[in-house]
Design a protein around this ligand. Sequence first.
Ligand SMILES: Cc1cc2nc3c(=O)[nH]c(=O)nc-3n(C[C@H](O)[C@H](O)[C@H](O)COP(=O)(O)OP(=O)(O)OC[C@H]3O[C@@H](n4cnc5c(N)ncnc54)[C@H](O)[C@@H]3O)c2cc1C
Length: 399
Amino acid sequence: MSKVVVVGAGIVGLATAARLAARGDDVVVVDKEDGVAAHQTGRNSGVVHSGLYYSPGSLKAQLGVAGSRSMVAFAREHGVAVDVCGKLVVATSEEEVLRLRALHERGTANGIDGLRLLAPEQAREIEPHVACAAALFVPATGIVDYRGVCDVLARQVRESGGEVRFGVRARAARDLPDGVELTVEDGEPLRADALVACAGLYADRFARASGVDPQARIVPFRGEYFELAPGAAGLVRGLVYPVPDPRFPFLGVHLTRMVHGGTHAGPNAVLALAREGYRWRDVVPADVLDALTWPGLWRLAQGNVGTGAREVVRSASRRVFARSLARLVPEITAADLVPAPAGVRAQALGRDGRLVDDFLVVTGPRQVHVVNAPSPAATASLEIARHLERQVDAALARA
Ligand SMILES: Cc1cc2nc3c(=O)[nH]c(=O)nc-3n(C[C@H](O)[C@H](O)[C@H](O)COP(=O)(O)OP(=O)(O)OC[C@H]3O[C@@H](n4cnc5c(N)ncnc54)[C@H](O)[C@@H]3O)c2cc1C
Protein backbone atom coordinates (compact mmCIF):
# COMPACT_ATOMS: atom_id res chain seq x y z
CA MET A 1 0.00 0.00 0.00
CA SER A 2 1.33 3.43 -0.94
CA LYS A 3 0.40 6.83 0.38
CA VAL A 4 -0.65 9.16 -2.44
CA VAL A 5 -1.60 12.83 -2.32
CA VAL A 6 -3.86 14.12 -5.08
CA VAL A 7 -4.13 17.86 -5.76
CA GLY A 8 -7.50 18.86 -7.22
CA ALA A 9 -11.05 17.69 -6.55
CA GLY A 10 -12.22 18.14 -10.11
CA ILE A 11 -13.36 15.05 -11.95
CA VAL A 12 -9.85 13.96 -13.01
CA GLY A 13 -8.38 14.21 -9.51
CA LEU A 14 -11.35 12.51 -7.87
CA ALA A 15 -11.55 9.69 -10.45
CA THR A 16 -7.84 9.03 -9.91
CA ALA A 17 -8.14 9.20 -6.13
CA ALA A 18 -11.14 6.84 -6.12
CA ARG A 19 -9.26 4.35 -8.28
CA LEU A 20 -6.13 4.41 -6.11
CA ALA A 21 -8.14 4.23 -2.89
CA ALA A 22 -10.14 1.27 -4.20
CA ARG A 23 -6.97 -0.76 -4.69
CA GLY A 24 -5.89 -0.04 -1.12
CA ASP A 25 -3.66 3.02 -1.41
CA ASP A 26 -3.84 5.55 1.40
CA VAL A 27 -5.17 8.60 -0.46
CA VAL A 28 -5.59 12.25 0.53
CA VAL A 29 -7.17 14.70 -1.93
CA VAL A 30 -6.71 18.43 -1.34
CA ASP A 31 -8.59 21.24 -3.07
CA LYS A 32 -8.43 24.97 -2.40
CA GLU A 33 -12.20 25.37 -2.81
CA ASP A 34 -14.95 24.32 -0.42
CA GLY A 35 -16.49 21.55 -2.51
CA VAL A 36 -16.01 19.26 -5.50
CA ALA A 37 -16.08 20.39 -9.14
CA ALA A 38 -15.71 24.11 -8.40
CA HIS A 39 -14.02 24.97 -11.69
CA GLN A 40 -13.99 23.33 -15.14
CA THR A 41 -15.85 20.20 -14.09
CA GLY A 42 -18.77 22.03 -12.54
CA ARG A 43 -19.04 24.65 -15.27
CA ASN A 44 -18.95 22.60 -18.44
CA SER A 45 -21.57 21.59 -21.00
CA GLY A 46 -22.36 18.30 -19.29
CA VAL A 47 -21.86 16.29 -22.47
CA VAL A 48 -20.58 12.73 -22.63
CA HIS A 49 -18.66 13.04 -25.88
CA SER A 50 -18.51 10.03 -28.16
CA GLY A 51 -14.88 10.45 -29.30
CA LEU A 52 -15.82 11.68 -32.77
CA TYR A 53 -13.35 14.50 -33.22
CA TYR A 54 -9.97 13.22 -32.10
CA SER A 55 -6.98 12.02 -34.14
CA PRO A 56 -7.07 8.23 -34.29
CA GLY A 57 -4.48 6.79 -31.92
CA SER A 58 -4.31 9.92 -29.73
CA LEU A 59 -4.95 9.64 -26.00
CA LYS A 60 -8.08 11.73 -26.53
CA ALA A 61 -9.41 9.20 -29.05
CA GLN A 62 -8.48 6.12 -27.01
CA LEU A 63 -9.52 7.39 -23.59
CA GLY A 64 -12.42 9.43 -24.97
CA VAL A 65 -14.13 6.54 -26.76
CA ALA A 66 -13.58 4.14 -23.84
CA GLY A 67 -14.56 6.91 -21.42
CA SER A 68 -17.85 7.64 -23.11
CA ARG A 69 -18.86 4.06 -22.36
CA SER A 70 -17.43 3.85 -18.85
CA MET A 71 -18.89 7.24 -17.84
CA VAL A 72 -22.41 6.24 -18.90
CA ALA A 73 -22.08 2.86 -17.16
CA PHE A 74 -20.74 4.55 -13.97
CA ALA A 75 -23.56 7.08 -13.88
CA ARG A 76 -26.20 4.39 -14.39
CA GLU A 77 -24.66 2.16 -11.73
CA HIS A 78 -24.59 4.96 -9.15
CA GLY A 79 -27.90 6.63 -9.90
CA VAL A 80 -26.41 9.82 -11.39
CA ALA A 81 -28.61 11.53 -13.98
CA VAL A 82 -27.51 10.54 -17.49
CA ASP A 83 -29.25 10.34 -20.86
CA VAL A 84 -27.69 8.96 -24.04
CA CYS A 85 -29.80 11.15 -26.27
CA GLY A 86 -27.48 11.37 -29.31
CA LYS A 87 -26.43 14.54 -31.09
CA LEU A 88 -26.73 16.11 -34.48
CA VAL A 89 -23.71 17.76 -36.13
CA VAL A 90 -25.05 20.18 -38.70
CA ALA A 91 -23.28 21.29 -41.91
CA THR A 92 -24.63 24.54 -43.32
CA SER A 93 -22.49 24.94 -46.49
CA GLU A 94 -21.00 22.68 -49.15
CA GLU A 95 -17.55 23.21 -47.65
CA GLU A 96 -18.86 22.08 -44.25
CA VAL A 97 -20.47 19.03 -45.87
CA LEU A 98 -16.97 17.94 -46.98
CA ARG A 99 -15.68 18.40 -43.43
CA LEU A 100 -18.72 16.56 -42.07
CA ARG A 101 -17.87 13.57 -44.29
CA ALA A 102 -14.29 13.66 -43.01
CA LEU A 103 -15.67 13.72 -39.46
CA HIS A 104 -17.81 10.69 -40.27
CA GLU A 105 -14.70 8.83 -41.45
CA ARG A 106 -12.72 9.86 -38.39
CA GLY A 107 -15.50 8.76 -36.06
CA THR A 108 -15.70 5.42 -37.83
CA ALA A 109 -11.90 5.04 -37.53
CA ASN A 110 -12.24 5.75 -33.79
CA GLY A 111 -14.71 2.88 -33.47
CA ILE A 112 -17.87 4.90 -32.78
CA ASP A 113 -20.98 2.88 -33.46
CA GLY A 114 -24.08 3.89 -35.35
CA LEU A 115 -22.93 7.13 -37.05
CA ARG A 116 -25.40 8.14 -39.75
CA LEU A 117 -24.99 10.82 -42.45
CA LEU A 118 -28.39 12.44 -43.00
CA ALA A 119 -30.05 14.53 -45.68
CA PRO A 120 -31.76 17.73 -44.44
CA GLU A 121 -35.24 16.17 -44.25
CA GLN A 122 -33.86 13.21 -42.24
CA ALA A 123 -32.08 15.63 -39.88
CA ARG A 124 -35.37 17.47 -39.33
CA GLU A 125 -37.03 14.22 -38.21
CA ILE A 126 -34.61 14.35 -35.25
CA GLU A 127 -34.46 18.15 -34.79
CA PRO A 128 -37.45 19.72 -36.58
CA HIS A 129 -36.08 23.29 -36.41
CA VAL A 130 -32.55 22.85 -37.83
CA ALA A 131 -31.47 24.23 -41.17
CA CYS A 132 -28.69 22.31 -42.88
CA ALA A 133 -27.15 21.02 -46.08
CA ALA A 134 -26.42 17.69 -44.36
CA ALA A 135 -26.03 16.36 -40.84
CA LEU A 136 -24.32 13.59 -38.92
CA PHE A 137 -26.24 11.80 -36.19
CA VAL A 138 -24.05 10.52 -33.34
CA PRO A 139 -26.17 8.18 -31.22
CA ALA A 140 -23.47 7.52 -28.59
CA THR A 141 -23.35 11.13 -27.32
CA GLY A 142 -25.08 11.75 -24.00
CA ILE A 143 -25.62 14.25 -21.22
CA VAL A 144 -24.74 13.70 -17.57
CA ASP A 145 -24.53 15.43 -14.21
CA TYR A 146 -20.73 15.69 -13.74
CA ARG A 147 -21.09 17.23 -10.28
CA GLY A 148 -23.18 14.22 -9.32
CA VAL A 149 -20.42 11.95 -10.64
CA CYS A 150 -17.88 13.87 -8.50
CA ASP A 151 -20.03 13.49 -5.39
CA VAL A 152 -20.05 9.72 -5.90
CA LEU A 153 -16.28 9.63 -6.52
CA ALA A 154 -15.55 11.67 -3.37
CA ARG A 155 -17.78 9.31 -1.39
CA GLN A 156 -15.91 6.33 -2.84
CA VAL A 157 -12.58 7.83 -1.75
CA ARG A 158 -13.87 8.21 1.80
CA GLU A 159 -15.51 4.78 1.89
CA SER A 160 -12.16 3.23 0.89
CA GLY A 161 -10.51 4.95 3.85
CA GLY A 162 -9.19 8.01 2.01
CA GLU A 163 -9.76 11.70 2.74
CA VAL A 164 -10.95 14.66 0.68
CA ARG A 165 -9.88 17.93 2.31
CA PHE A 166 -11.33 21.23 1.13
CA GLY A 167 -9.99 24.73 1.70
CA VAL A 168 -6.40 23.49 1.33
CA ARG A 169 -4.29 25.33 -1.25
CA ALA A 170 -1.28 23.38 -2.42
CA ARG A 171 1.88 25.46 -2.86
CA ALA A 172 4.52 23.08 -4.22
CA ALA A 173 5.73 19.52 -4.05
CA ARG A 174 9.32 18.52 -3.39
CA ASP A 175 10.94 15.15 -3.98
CA LEU A 176 12.69 13.70 -0.94
CA PRO A 177 15.00 10.68 -0.90
CA ASP A 178 12.18 8.51 0.49
CA GLY A 179 9.02 10.25 -0.64
CA VAL A 180 7.46 13.52 -1.66
CA GLU A 181 6.43 16.49 0.46
CA LEU A 182 3.56 18.82 -0.38
CA THR A 183 3.59 22.24 1.20
CA VAL A 184 0.23 23.93 1.61
CA GLU A 185 -0.89 27.40 2.63
CA ASP A 186 -1.76 27.69 6.31
CA GLY A 187 -1.07 24.10 7.24
CA GLU A 188 1.43 21.36 7.95
CA PRO A 189 3.18 19.83 4.93
CA LEU A 190 1.86 16.47 3.75
CA ARG A 191 4.23 13.53 3.20
CA ALA A 192 3.49 10.74 0.73
CA ASP A 193 5.11 8.14 -1.52
CA ALA A 194 3.74 9.80 -4.66
CA LEU A 195 1.79 12.86 -5.74
CA VAL A 196 -0.73 13.28 -8.54
CA ALA A 197 -1.55 16.85 -9.54
CA CYS A 198 -4.82 17.49 -11.36
CA ALA A 199 -4.87 21.25 -10.81
CA GLY A 200 -6.71 22.24 -13.98
CA LEU A 201 -6.25 25.97 -14.59
CA TYR A 202 -3.13 26.02 -12.39
CA ALA A 203 -1.57 22.80 -13.67
CA ASP A 204 1.48 24.40 -15.28
CA ARG A 205 2.19 26.74 -12.36
CA PHE A 206 1.95 23.99 -9.80
CA ALA A 207 4.23 21.73 -11.87
CA ARG A 208 6.80 24.52 -12.24
CA ALA A 209 6.66 25.34 -8.55
CA SER A 210 7.29 21.63 -7.90
CA GLY A 211 10.39 21.47 -10.07
CA VAL A 212 8.71 19.72 -13.01
CA ASP A 213 8.83 21.32 -16.48
CA PRO A 214 5.23 21.46 -17.72
CA GLN A 215 6.42 21.89 -21.34
CA ALA A 216 3.60 24.36 -21.96
CA ARG A 217 1.69 27.22 -20.38
CA ILE A 218 -1.99 27.14 -19.49
CA VAL A 219 -3.97 29.78 -21.34
CA PRO A 220 -7.45 30.34 -19.91
CA PHE A 221 -10.18 30.47 -22.56
CA ARG A 222 -13.52 31.55 -21.15
CA GLY A 223 -16.60 29.89 -22.57
CA GLU A 224 -19.73 31.99 -22.13
CA TYR A 225 -23.18 30.49 -22.15
CA PHE A 226 -26.76 31.55 -22.54
CA GLU A 227 -29.80 29.55 -21.68
CA LEU A 228 -32.73 29.34 -24.09
CA ALA A 229 -35.67 31.24 -22.62
CA PRO A 230 -38.68 29.02 -21.84
CA GLY A 231 -40.53 30.29 -24.93
CA ALA A 232 -37.73 29.02 -27.21
CA ALA A 233 -37.05 25.75 -25.42
CA GLY A 234 -39.16 23.83 -27.97
CA LEU A 235 -36.73 24.77 -30.75
CA VAL A 236 -34.20 22.12 -29.66
CA ARG A 237 -34.89 18.56 -28.53
CA GLY A 238 -31.34 17.38 -27.78
CA LEU A 239 -27.84 18.43 -28.86
CA VAL A 240 -27.14 20.44 -32.02
CA TYR A 241 -23.51 21.19 -32.94
CA PRO A 242 -21.84 22.95 -35.87
CA VAL A 243 -19.06 21.30 -37.87
CA PRO A 244 -15.94 22.36 -35.93
CA ASP A 245 -13.20 24.43 -37.50
CA PRO A 246 -10.26 21.99 -37.65
CA ARG A 247 -7.78 24.80 -36.84
CA PHE A 248 -9.15 25.20 -33.31
CA PRO A 249 -9.60 22.78 -30.41
CA PHE A 250 -13.07 24.13 -29.52
CA LEU A 251 -16.26 22.84 -31.02
CA GLY A 252 -18.05 26.10 -31.86
CA VAL A 253 -21.14 27.43 -30.09
CA HIS A 254 -23.74 24.72 -29.86
CA LEU A 255 -27.09 23.91 -28.29
CA THR A 256 -27.10 21.42 -25.46
CA ARG A 257 -30.03 20.09 -23.50
CA MET A 258 -28.90 19.81 -19.87
CA VAL A 259 -29.62 16.63 -17.98
CA HIS A 260 -31.62 18.45 -15.26
CA GLY A 261 -33.61 20.50 -17.77
CA GLY A 262 -33.11 23.64 -19.85
CA THR A 263 -31.00 24.12 -22.97
CA HIS A 264 -27.59 25.81 -22.94
CA ALA A 265 -26.27 27.78 -25.89
CA GLY A 266 -22.50 28.21 -26.14
CA PRO A 267 -19.70 28.19 -25.20
CA ASN A 268 -17.73 30.75 -27.20
CA ALA A 269 -13.97 31.06 -26.58
CA VAL A 270 -12.44 34.34 -25.41
CA LEU A 271 -9.08 34.77 -23.75
CA ALA A 272 -9.83 35.28 -20.04
CA LEU A 273 -7.96 37.96 -18.09
CA ALA A 274 -7.61 35.67 -15.07
CA ARG A 275 -7.11 31.92 -14.72
CA GLU A 276 -10.48 31.79 -13.01
CA GLY A 277 -11.84 34.77 -14.95
CA TYR A 278 -15.52 34.00 -15.31
CA ARG A 279 -16.44 37.58 -16.27
CA TRP A 280 -14.69 40.34 -18.24
CA ARG A 281 -14.27 42.28 -15.00
CA ASP A 282 -12.28 39.44 -13.40
CA VAL A 283 -8.72 40.60 -14.03
CA VAL A 284 -5.63 39.23 -12.28
CA PRO A 285 -2.57 41.20 -13.49
CA ALA A 286 -0.20 38.30 -12.67
CA ASP A 287 -2.26 35.97 -14.86
CA VAL A 288 -2.32 38.46 -17.73
CA LEU A 289 1.44 38.93 -17.42
CA ASP A 290 1.92 35.18 -17.30
CA ALA A 291 0.10 34.84 -20.63
CA LEU A 292 1.72 37.87 -22.28
CA THR A 293 5.25 36.80 -21.40
CA TRP A 294 4.78 33.37 -22.98
CA PRO A 295 6.17 33.45 -26.53
CA GLY A 296 3.59 30.87 -27.59
CA LEU A 297 0.77 33.37 -27.07
CA TRP A 298 2.31 35.85 -29.50
CA ARG A 299 2.92 33.12 -32.05
CA LEU A 300 -0.69 31.95 -31.67
CA ALA A 301 -1.94 35.53 -32.00
CA GLN A 302 -0.05 36.11 -35.26
CA GLY A 303 -2.29 33.86 -37.31
CA ASN A 304 -5.50 34.37 -35.34
CA VAL A 305 -6.06 38.06 -34.76
CA GLY A 306 -9.28 38.03 -36.83
CA THR A 307 -10.71 35.00 -35.07
CA GLY A 308 -9.85 36.44 -31.65
CA ALA A 309 -11.48 39.77 -32.51
CA ARG A 310 -14.63 38.06 -33.78
CA GLU A 311 -14.86 36.10 -30.52
CA VAL A 312 -14.61 39.33 -28.51
CA VAL A 313 -17.37 40.91 -30.60
CA ARG A 314 -19.56 37.85 -30.12
CA SER A 315 -18.87 38.01 -26.39
CA ALA A 316 -19.98 41.64 -26.28
CA SER A 317 -23.08 41.29 -28.45
CA ARG A 318 -25.98 38.98 -27.71
CA ARG A 319 -27.23 39.66 -31.24
CA VAL A 320 -24.00 38.35 -32.78
CA PHE A 321 -24.08 35.34 -30.44
CA ALA A 322 -27.66 34.62 -31.51
CA ARG A 323 -26.63 34.89 -35.17
CA SER A 324 -24.11 32.05 -34.69
CA LEU A 325 -26.85 29.90 -33.19
CA ALA A 326 -29.30 30.87 -35.94
CA ARG A 327 -26.96 29.24 -38.47
CA LEU A 328 -28.01 25.98 -36.83
CA VAL A 329 -31.59 26.84 -35.82
CA PRO A 330 -32.77 29.91 -37.79
CA GLU A 331 -35.68 30.73 -35.48
CA ILE A 332 -33.37 31.58 -32.56
CA THR A 333 -33.06 35.34 -31.90
CA ALA A 334 -31.29 37.46 -29.28
CA ALA A 335 -34.59 37.74 -27.37
CA ASP A 336 -34.46 33.97 -26.74
CA LEU A 337 -31.14 34.12 -24.85
CA VAL A 338 -30.81 34.49 -21.08
CA PRO A 339 -27.24 34.78 -19.66
CA ALA A 340 -25.96 31.69 -17.83
CA PRO A 341 -22.74 31.09 -15.82
CA ALA A 342 -19.51 30.83 -17.82
CA GLY A 343 -16.71 28.27 -17.61
CA VAL A 344 -12.98 28.70 -18.24
CA ARG A 345 -11.05 26.06 -20.16
CA ALA A 346 -7.48 25.26 -19.16
CA GLN A 347 -5.79 24.92 -22.53
CA ALA A 348 -2.06 24.24 -22.69
CA LEU A 349 -0.15 26.29 -25.24
CA GLY A 350 3.31 25.29 -26.45
CA ARG A 351 6.22 27.71 -26.73
CA ASP A 352 5.91 27.35 -30.50
CA GLY A 353 2.39 28.79 -30.46
CA ARG A 354 0.65 25.48 -30.99
CA LEU A 355 -2.29 24.61 -28.77
CA VAL A 356 -1.52 21.25 -27.21
CA ASP A 357 -4.12 19.03 -28.79
CA ASP A 358 -3.83 15.83 -26.81
CA PHE A 359 -3.99 15.12 -23.11
CA LEU A 360 -0.54 15.79 -21.63
CA VAL A 361 0.92 14.25 -18.48
CA VAL A 362 4.44 15.05 -17.30
CA THR A 363 6.25 13.26 -14.50
CA GLY A 364 8.97 13.90 -11.95
CA PRO A 365 10.61 11.21 -9.83
CA ARG A 366 7.60 10.77 -7.54
CA GLN A 367 5.23 13.22 -9.15
CA VAL A 368 2.62 12.90 -11.89
CA HIS A 369 1.23 16.17 -13.28
CA VAL A 370 -1.77 16.39 -15.59
CA VAL A 371 -0.86 19.46 -17.63
CA ASN A 372 -3.45 19.35 -20.40
CA ALA A 373 -6.86 17.83 -19.75
CA PRO A 374 -9.32 19.81 -21.86
CA SER A 375 -12.54 18.45 -23.31
CA PRO A 376 -13.32 15.52 -23.42
CA ALA A 377 -11.46 14.97 -20.15
CA ALA A 378 -14.67 14.93 -18.12
CA THR A 379 -16.06 12.22 -20.39
CA ALA A 380 -12.73 10.36 -20.32
CA SER A 381 -12.00 10.89 -16.62
CA LEU A 382 -12.43 7.29 -15.48
CA GLU A 383 -10.03 6.18 -18.24
CA ILE A 384 -7.58 9.02 -17.52
CA ALA A 385 -7.58 7.75 -13.93
CA ARG A 386 -6.56 4.30 -15.18
CA HIS A 387 -3.77 5.93 -17.24
CA LEU A 388 -2.58 7.95 -14.23
CA GLU A 389 -2.60 4.88 -12.01
CA ARG A 390 -0.04 3.33 -14.38
CA GLN A 391 2.01 6.54 -14.24
CA VAL A 392 1.96 6.45 -10.42
CA ASP A 393 3.15 2.84 -10.46
CA ALA A 394 5.93 3.73 -12.90
CA ALA A 395 6.97 6.67 -10.69
CA LEU A 396 7.03 4.45 -7.58
CA ALA A 397 9.02 1.79 -9.43
CA ARG A 398 11.55 4.42 -10.54
CA ALA A 399 11.91 5.91 -7.06
C1 LIG B 1 -16.87 25.69 -20.84
C2 LIG B 1 -16.44 24.25 -20.80
C3 LIG B 1 -17.21 23.26 -21.42
C4 LIG B 1 -16.79 21.94 -21.42
N1 LIG B 1 -17.62 20.94 -21.86
C5 LIG B 1 -17.26 19.64 -21.70
C6 LIG B 1 -18.17 18.60 -21.99
O1 LIG B 1 -19.33 18.84 -22.33
N2 LIG B 1 -17.75 17.32 -21.88
C7 LIG B 1 -16.47 17.01 -21.48
O2 LIG B 1 -16.12 15.84 -21.41
N3 LIG B 1 -15.60 17.99 -21.13
C8 LIG B 1 -15.99 19.29 -21.21
N4 LIG B 1 -15.14 20.27 -20.81
C9 LIG B 1 -13.82 19.91 -20.31
C10 LIG B 1 -13.91 19.36 -18.89
O3 LIG B 1 -14.78 20.11 -18.09
C11 LIG B 1 -12.50 19.35 -18.30
O4 LIG B 1 -11.67 18.69 -19.21
C12 LIG B 1 -12.46 18.61 -16.97
O5 LIG B 1 -13.46 19.10 -16.12
C13 LIG B 1 -11.09 18.75 -16.35
O6 LIG B 1 -11.15 18.26 -15.03
P1 LIG B 1 -9.99 18.52 -14.01
O7 LIG B 1 -10.29 17.73 -12.80
O8 LIG B 1 -8.69 18.27 -14.72
O9 LIG B 1 -10.00 20.11 -13.76
P2 LIG B 1 -10.93 21.01 -12.82
O10 LIG B 1 -12.34 20.57 -12.84
O11 LIG B 1 -10.66 22.42 -13.22
O12 LIG B 1 -10.38 20.75 -11.37
C14 LIG B 1 -9.12 21.25 -10.93
C15 LIG B 1 -9.22 21.44 -9.44
O13 LIG B 1 -7.93 21.74 -8.93
C16 LIG B 1 -8.09 22.67 -7.89
N5 LIG B 1 -6.81 23.36 -7.70
C17 LIG B 1 -6.11 24.08 -8.60
N6 LIG B 1 -4.98 24.54 -8.05
C18 LIG B 1 -4.96 24.11 -6.77
C19 LIG B 1 -4.04 24.27 -5.69
N7 LIG B 1 -2.90 24.96 -5.83
N8 LIG B 1 -4.34 23.70 -4.51
C20 LIG B 1 -5.49 22.99 -4.35
N9 LIG B 1 -6.39 22.81 -5.32
C21 LIG B 1 -6.12 23.35 -6.53
C22 LIG B 1 -9.20 23.58 -8.36
O14 LIG B 1 -9.83 24.27 -7.29
C23 LIG B 1 -10.13 22.59 -9.05
O15 LIG B 1 -11.13 22.12 -8.19
C24 LIG B 1 -15.54 21.61 -20.81
C25 LIG B 1 -14.79 22.60 -20.17
C26 LIG B 1 -15.24 23.90 -20.13
C27 LIG B 1 -14.47 24.91 -19.35
